[in-house]
Design a protein around this ligand. Structure first.
Ligand code: GDP
Length: 365
């Protein structure tokens, strides 16, 4: 399964946030495919469409879709030189598909900052630099291999060398691989290099309890946003402490608490949604009397493979899919009206499932 790794320097609020994630806890019985590991937190993806479908269909049970966050501990300066838990840290990052990078934007005299003061940009750069140095090593090794062939006008080698050279230049300027502009062809080459700084990043600005409502006033947050812009990354603002309190609540209690605080959507819910889309994930639905359920696919997945997420038999015996978009179904009001209006399509093996599709699969057993 695709996963997002949570990284950050010590004392920035990582564990507090990760605890909120595990507290909010998805019922793992619903998600047998998820990893059972203390460093992995399973989160359910909040989706208003699932609530709407539940109102419409009135099923016995509603099941959201879920995905994983992995807690990656142990970053220290010098990781790229194998110091401390350095190597382990880098190999953990290698295994995740996206990164949520928590940075401290709250002042608190009682909580020591590893570098003595609050400075989120310096913190970001400490971690990014370790990853950049590790990538530089990868790129230089690769250059050593292809440079000669490129000089002999080998086409593939020349194309790869061009990409490697762009990355080398970015790294020399302490910029991550993801900040480099590439053509579609070059992106394919870049993916094959498995660079750490190619992975998409979401910066999570952790602000104090009294700043969560007007986080825009927090100068640290503004700096993080400016920085993120330079590499095309996103920023989410949370207060980890409040999130850990919210995570203990459910349903009405949770809503009341959010209302009292004047918050529309918890930071954790925002983080979950942002991480989900950062991973390139999308949701389709099945809606029957027994169960209304959301399912996760990668963007661009074809109908049989999407069916395979429910059960391998569905993929193997796939005949066709009856598809209606969420919006069309809601406009129609019921499935039979949607059918009468010609909004329910029959799709075959080549159909690329769209985010928000409501699907009934036909298959042979
Ligand atoms: P980690 O080392 O990055 O995992 O950091 P922790 O989650 O252990 O947090 C370090 C300290 O900062 C703990 O004492 C937390 O209670 C505190 N902390 C975390 N988030 C916040 C916050 O939003 N506001 C305040 N005031 N303290 C926080």
């Amino acid at each position: 399964a695709l996963t997002t790794g949570i990284v950050g320097l010590p004392n920035v609020g990582k564990s507090t946030l990760f605890n909120a994630i595990t507290q909010a806890g998805a019922e793992s019985a619903n998600y047998p495919f998820c990893t059972i590991d203390p460093n992995v937190g399973i989160v359910e993806v909040p989706d208003y469409r699932l609530n709407k479908l539940t109102e419409l269909v009135e099923p016995q049970k509603t099941v959201p879709t879920a995905f994983e966050f992995t807690d990656i501990a142990g970053i220290v300066e010098g990781a790229s030189k194998g110091e401390g838990l350095g190597n382990k840290f880098l190999s953990h990052i290698r295994q995740v598909d996206a990164i949520s990078h928590v940075v401290r934007c709250f002042e608190d005299e009682n909580i020591t900052h590893v570098s003595g003061s609050v400075d989120p940009i310096r913190d970001i750069q400490v971690i990014n630099l370790e990853l950049i140095l590790a990538d530089m090593e990868t790129v230089e090794k690769r250059i050593g291999r292809v440079e000669k062939m490129a000089k002999q006008k080998d086409k593939d080698a020349m194309a790869e060398f061009e990409v490697l050279d762009k990355f080398r230049e970015a790294f020399e300027n302490e910029m991550p691989a993801r900040s480099v502009e590439l053509s579609t062809e070059q992106i394919k080459i870049a993916k094959g290099l498995h660079l750490l700084t190619w992975k998409p990043v979401l910066y999570v600005a952790n602000v104090s309890e009294d700043e969560i409502l007007d986080a825009d006033q927090n100068p640290y947050v503004a700096k993080v946003k400016d920085f993120a812009l330079t590499e095309g990354s996103e920023v989410i603002v949370v207060c980890a402490k409040i999130e850990s309190e919210i995570a203990e609540l459910e349903g009405e209690e949770k809503e009341e608490f959010l209302n009292d605080l004047g918050i529309e959507e918890s930071g954790l819910d925002q983080l979950i949604k942002a991480a989900y889309s950062l991973l390139g994930l999308e949701t389709y639905f099945t809606a029957g009397k027994q169960e209304v359920r959301a399912w996760t696919i990668r963007k661009g997945t074809k109908a049989p493979q999407a069916a395979g997420v429910i059960h391998t038999d569905f993929e193997r015996g796939f005949i066709r899919a009856e598809v209606v978009s969420f919006d069309d179904l809601i406009t129609a009001g019921t499935m039979s009206v949607a059918k009468e209006n010609g909004k329910v399509r029959l799709e075959g093996k080549e159909y690329i499932v769209q985010d928000g599709d409501v699907i009934h699969f036909r298959f042979n057993v």
